[in-house]
Design a protein around this ligand. Structure first.
Ligand code: SF4
Length: 359
């Protein structure tokens, strides 16, 4: 189909982010011939990032399962029987040991996820200690804890939190089909509080939940209207988990998924676009196309919250085959890492922050 919209024009000042993308403009990107779209996305990518660098994060589930929310894709929801082993909030020191291990394996950011509707007063101080400890290891920190009030957002900021993950999942129109225990506006409100407290945003969605292309357009429009854009934009492929209402939803065409990454890259040129959940089910060739479409961030390691993720060695082999390097941050020596964990353990004792929380 011929394209008469601005997407056919050469990208002038492509490095300058726009916050006013219209639905027809975004839909026109999806309609481009695949190779043209990939080429355009690569152009934008190369204007804004080192072309062969991918940021590597590790994600740890610090509190697993029994979540009161009813997200239809999620094995951690207490509404579905997925036989997931529920776990209480992890001890601070154990979390820091995992963080040190992740750093050793090359991660520059450590993300901690808790299956909560919102953090309780009882648990929240432990999370603040985890953030301080991760920072003292020389890693960037990210948490996902559910809905936040202003006070909590400010406390996270004071603890030194770098990123807060809070996904919009899909379009505002399709949202009610996926989650009924909170609204789209609830999500936007928390995102505004996080942004207002000076923390960077990690916000994206899940593809392949039975949504239509107009919903993917709607999600990307919502994200690209945020000013500034979220610094990190995870584009997830649904991982179908037995026992959830989405266990047998139809597969999304993989080229449509790659197109979604490419359009995200074009709309949000300076954001890290993260190839996230669902990566374990993709071939090396598919992942290479995702990187070519502009994905420049991954989770690696053994766990992606509660679903599988390719092993670190396999990821490194793929990186080597593609000539990709992981984005570097300032390194700490082993001694600094050991000291940071010991210091954190002492602070825990001094502040009586022993493990005594319940799920
Ligand atoms: S996605 Fe998050 S909020 Fe939704 S059920 Fe899972 S853990 Fe709870």
């Amino acid at each position: 189909m011929p394209l008469n919209t601005s997407v056919n024009k050469p990208i002038l000042n492509a490095s300058e982010p726009r916050f006013d993308w219209s639905r027809p403009e975004i839909a026109a990107f999806f309609d481009m011939p695949f190779m043209d779209l990939m080429f355009r996305a690569q152009e934008v990518h190369r204007e804004n990032f080192k072309p062969n660098e991918v940021q590597v994060s590790t994600l740890l589930s610090i509190k697993t399962g029994a979540c009161p929310e009813d997200c239809k894709y999620c094995p951690q929801s207490g509404h579905y029987n997925t036989e997931l082993k529920k776990e209480k909030l992890m001890e601070v020191q154990k979390v820091l040991e995992e963080a040190a291990l992740a750093k050793e394996k090359g991660a520059s950011r450590f993300c901690m996820g808790a299956a909560w509707k919102r953090p309780s007063e009882k648990d929240f101080p432990y999370v603040l200690e985890m953030i301080k400890g991760v920072k003292s290891l020389g890693l960037e920190s990210c948490v996902t804890l559910g809905t936040l009030n202003n006070e909590q957002a400010e406390s996270l900021s004071s603890a030194g939190l770098d990123y807060y993950n809070h996904n919009l999942d899909t379009s505002a129109e399709f949202y009610d089909s996926i989650i009924t225990t909170r609204t789209y506006q609830d999500r936007l409100d928390t995102l505004a509080r996080v942004r207002g407290s000076g923390i960077k945003l990690c916000c994206g969605g899940i593809m392949g939940m039975g949504e239509e292309q107009k919903d993917r357009v709607g999600l990307l429009r919502q994200l690209s209207q945020m000013s500034p854009h979220p610094e990190s934009v995870p584009i997830n492929m649904l991982v179908k988990v037995e026992g959830t209402p989405m266990e047998s939803v139809d597969d999304l065409d993989i080229f449509e998924f790659i197109r979604t990454i490419a359009v995200a890259r074009i709309l949000m040129p300076k954001s890290h676009v993260r190839l996230s959940a669902g990566r374990h089910g993709m071939s090396d060739e598919t992942q290479a196309l995702c990187f070519m479409a502009g994905a420049n961030s991954i989770f690696y390691g053994e766990k992606l919250l509660t679903t599988g993720n390719p092993e670190a060695d396999k990821d490194m082999t793929l990186f080597a085959n593609l000539g990709i390097n992981s984005e570097k941050r300032e390194e700490n020596s082993d001694e600094v890492v050991v000291e940071a964990i010991a210091l954190q353990a002492m602070r825990q004792e001094e502040s009586k922050l022993f493990y005594e929380v319940s799920a």
